[in-house]
Design a protein around this ligand. Structure first.
Ligand SMILES: Nc1ncnc2c1ncn2[C@@H]1O[C@H](COP(=O)(O)OP(=O)(O)OP(=O)(O)O)[C@@H](O)[C@H]1O
Ligand SMILES: O=C(O)C(=O)C[C@H](O)[C@H](O)CO
Length: 317
């Protein structure tokens, strides 16, 4: 008999304070910034919680004002933060982000080396708590922030696989956080091979698999055990390859103006994961992901485009 579950989705990862320049130009010339929260896993956690799923987030923060703001935001979103440790001897990570006007990815500057979250390791995982989640969502960012976080990421997946839970994995490459491209490719593919649902972007797919066609990228991960691969294609939408629904494409939702592309993949993941956990079909799940991804590119921060359940229902998704 599998153990009963207490909540829907567990996530491990770093939350960062985000300072976004209020106008285009080199970051060093920026005078004013908008304050937001960032972090791939926390973005997905917020997206899922707004859709009514029960979400638990495990991490470490300092005890500075950024830690207090991040924790208040996460709790305010209804997320279980009982496994977030605030350590007065550690620093909270933060990042600057520039503005662009041509729809390209904006410049990002991290201040996260040695941060509280990067000190996490396998010993931080409360296995009983983790197993009491129905599903684990993981990304390549937590694995990239330190050698101990990589070991923790591997362990979260091993614990959930052994418990018979489902796992989704967004490759989310952050080349500047890895010692080399080869190391990044090796470990990201290791993590992906432990997941049921793998969500790479098409450019990431090229770096990770050597293939530039979505069909070939998807096949690469399907041959390594994924039950579903969804390759994200930016404005063009996404391609899927799955046990349940075979292969297909979902068009992107038209967008009037792209304000900031960061966070589209996280919104997409929240859409796909929430829909699959609700028992929706693969094409329906990918469509929901594409709709949320399109909302995410039309706002400055990573999370203000993430819809509530009421907004989702209004859109018929
Ligand atoms: N310009 C756009 N117009 C409409 N939809 C978009 C646009 N950009 C992204 N999306 C939607 O969001 C999804 C995810 O975006 P993208 O392909 O950029 O993923 P990603 O590379 O993982 O993103 P991220 O930069 O967040 O890591 C796409 O599959 C698409 O459905
Ligand atoms: O870039 C990162 O490492 C982050 O986690 C910050 C952003 O919020 C994240 O990339 C969005 O996916």
């Amino acid at each position: 008999m599998p153990e009963p579950t207490a909540f829907d989705v567990a996530l491990f990862g770093e939350a960062m304070m985000l300072l976004v320049a209020d106008r285009p130009g080199p970051l060093e010339d920026a005078q004013s910034f908008h304050k937001r929260t960032a972090g791939a896993e926390t973005n997905v956690a917020i997206g899922l919680s707004r859709l009514g799923l029960k979400v638990g987030w495990a991490s470490r923060l300092g005890t500075d004002s950024m830690a207090r703001a991040l924790l208040a935001t996460m709790k305010g979103e209804g997320i279980d933060c009982s496994h977030v440790i605030c350590d007065p001897t550690q620093r909270t990570g933060f990042q600057f982000k520039g503005r662009v006007t041509d729809g390209s990815d904006p410049p990002v500057e991290y201040h996260r080396k040695g941060s509280a979250a990067s000190q996490m390791g396998p010993a931080d995982i409360d296995e009983a708590w983790l197993r009491s989640a129905r599903h684990l969502h993981a990304t390549g960012v937590f694995a990239a922030i330190s050698e101990t976080s990589l070991q923790a990421a591997l362990k979260t997946m091993d614990v959930m696989r052994a418990a018979g839970r489902t796992i989704s994995f967004d490759t989310n490459l952050r080349p500047t956080l890895w010692s080399s491209t080869e190391t990044m490719r090796h470990w990201i593919n290791e993590l992906a091979s432990r997941a049921d649902w793998v969500l790479p972007g098409i450019e990431e797919g090229l770096l990770l698999t050597g293939h530039d066609e979505p069909e070939a990228v998807a096949r690469f991960y399907r041959e390594r055990g994924a039950k579903l691969v969804v390759v994200k294609l930016g404005a063009e939408g996404a391609y899927y390859d799955s046990d349940e629904a075979g292969t297909g494409r979902v068009d992107g939702f038209p967008v009037k103006e792209v304000i900031d592309t960061v966070g589209a993949g996280d919104g997409f993941a929240a859409g796909v994961v929430s829909a699959l956990l609700e028992g929706r079909s693969v094409p329906e799940a990918v469509r929901r992901g594409a709709w949320i991804g399109a909302r995410a590119v039309q706002v400055l921060g990573d999370t203000e485009g993430l819809p509530t359940r009421a907004e989702l229902e209004e859109a018929g998704l």
